[in-house]
Design a protein around this ligand. Structure first.
Ligand code: PMP
Length: 411
């Protein structure tokens, strides 16, 4: 395979061409929080506003028709990207959080009762944790936890202890936003189905970095955000198998989602309209289609290979720092994320000192408080890589960490 032309890729992202004050180059290592946007995505959003903007699914005039066609085109691109069977299985939402809440409230409240169980685990982002906690509180169901191994993987050998015919939902992340762990989704889906449960996959981190095939993997619901996939903020996706979306109640009510409104009751449209009440994120959803085209042009195989290469380099080099603790598994089980602490350095101080060198990382609990509790740390520093990062960025991170350690008098 011809490797990714990283210089060409970097050239596609206008923000990377602009030096920071004092001429520092930008070293953006926070794609796990939100990715930068290529020119084609920015252009697409502009194109909508400058050329044919109108509300969606309402006007018969020509702009309305163009918007509808563009939106359905974007929906179709999402379908192909995650290899879903039908475009009515693709719902535009405001983001991954909204998508997961829609499953928990819309499907969960209808299908769970006291005595049922939801299988989660401690590596989940709060977006794939709190909605299940809430669902359990509202229905009388119980959350069970699949234990984690010492190196931050799901302890699959113990799944029999927590998965049974009481389990109605298995909710799991494709890739941990803190540990970087890649979870065995196909195996989990099979086990969930054997137990009679549905599997809900939080794809916020995995979809931008790994091939996704909802049918081959047996995924029932998949949630992800556009902004981590090099697309606009404000738009996300919920994929649900057709028959499961039919069983899912809408959680937002109003225009567009109805079939017929009477004075005393209403009936609903079918999916996806049923879940897209009001005016959706028109330009953002259309531009998400452009982001998907962009990833398709690069090729997910090449993206994966490139990011693995950068991750491996980062993982090995970071260990040169005295007092370095990297959380999570070895590179063979992780995507392009490294969270770490350095003995004697507060993560916030580290992140601030790295910023002085133009290296942007995130610090804190990364919306994974139960995981930080389990690891016995209150905060970590996270360097997450995207398609535009290279080994040079890792070298810059290393130089900046050495600068920070000197400032903190650790060396
Ligand atoms: N799940 C994971 C694993 C995430 O990393 C994030 C974003 N940090 C989310 C869910 C929530 O995504 P959003 O804030 O875009 O809804």
């Amino acid at each position: 395979m011809i490797p990714l032309d990283i210089e060409a890729v970097r050239g596609d992202f206008p923000i990377l061409q602009k030096p920071l004050p004092k001429g520092l180059p930008l070293v953006y290592l926070d794609s796990g929080a939100s990715a930068q946007k290529p020119q084609c995505v920015i252009d697409k959003e502009r194109e909508v506003y400058e050329n044919y903007y109108a509300n969606a699914y309402r006007g018969v005039y020509r702009f309305g028709a163009i918007v509808d066609e563009e939106l359905e085109g974007a929906r179709e691109k999402v379908r192909q990207f995650i290899r879903a069977e039908h475009s009515d299985e693709i719902v535009f939402t405001s983001g991954c959080t909204m998508s997961l809440n829609l499953v928990a409230s819309g499907w969960g409240k209808r299908n769970l009762k006291a005595g049922d169980e939801i299988l989660i685990n401690e590596m989940e982002h709060h977006a794939n944790f709190v909605p299940w906690q809430q669902l359990a509180a509202q229905t009388g169901a119980t959350c069970r936890f699949l234990p984690l191994t010492d190196d931050g993987r799901l302890e699959m050998a113990r799944i029999g202890e927590v998965l049974s015919d009481k389990t109605k939902i298995v909710a799991v992340t494709g890739m941990s936003n803190m540990l970087g762990t890649l979870n065995p989704i196909d195996e989990l889906a099979k086990k969930a189905h054997d137990a009679g449960a549905v599997i809900v996959v939080d794809g916020a981190q995995s979809v931008p970095h790994e091939h996704t095939d909802v049918v081959a993997s047996g995924i029932d619901f998949l949630a992800f955000s556009g902004h981590k996939l090099y697309g606009p903020s404000g738009v996300g996706v919920l994929y649900g198998k057709r028959e499961l979306l039919e069983q899912t109640a809408p959680i937002l009510f109003g225009g567009h989602m109805i079939d017929r409104v009477y004075k005393d009751h209403s009936t609903w449209a079918s999916s996806p309209a049923k879940f897209e009440a009001g005016t959706i994120q028109i330009a953002q959803a259309i531009a998400l289609g452009a982001a998907i085209d962009y990833m398709g042009t690069l090729g997910m195989d090449k993206v994966q290979e490139h990011e693995r290469n950068v991750l491996e380099y980062a993982y090995n080099r970071l260990q040169e720092i005295p007092g370095m603790r990297i959380y999570g598994p070895g590179v063979e089980h992780r995507g392009a994320i490294t969270s770490f602490t350095i003995d004697g350095a507060h993560p916030e101080d580290l992140a601030q000192l790295l910023d002085r060198k133009g290296v942007f990382v995130r610090h804190g609990h990364h919306c994974t408080m139960p995981l930080h509790d389990l690891l016995g740390v209150s905060a970590t520093v996270r360097a997450s890589f995207g398609v535009y990062n290279s080994r040079d960025d890792v070298d810059a991170l290393m130089d900046a960490i050495q600068f920070a350690c000197q400032r903190l008098r650790l060396t």
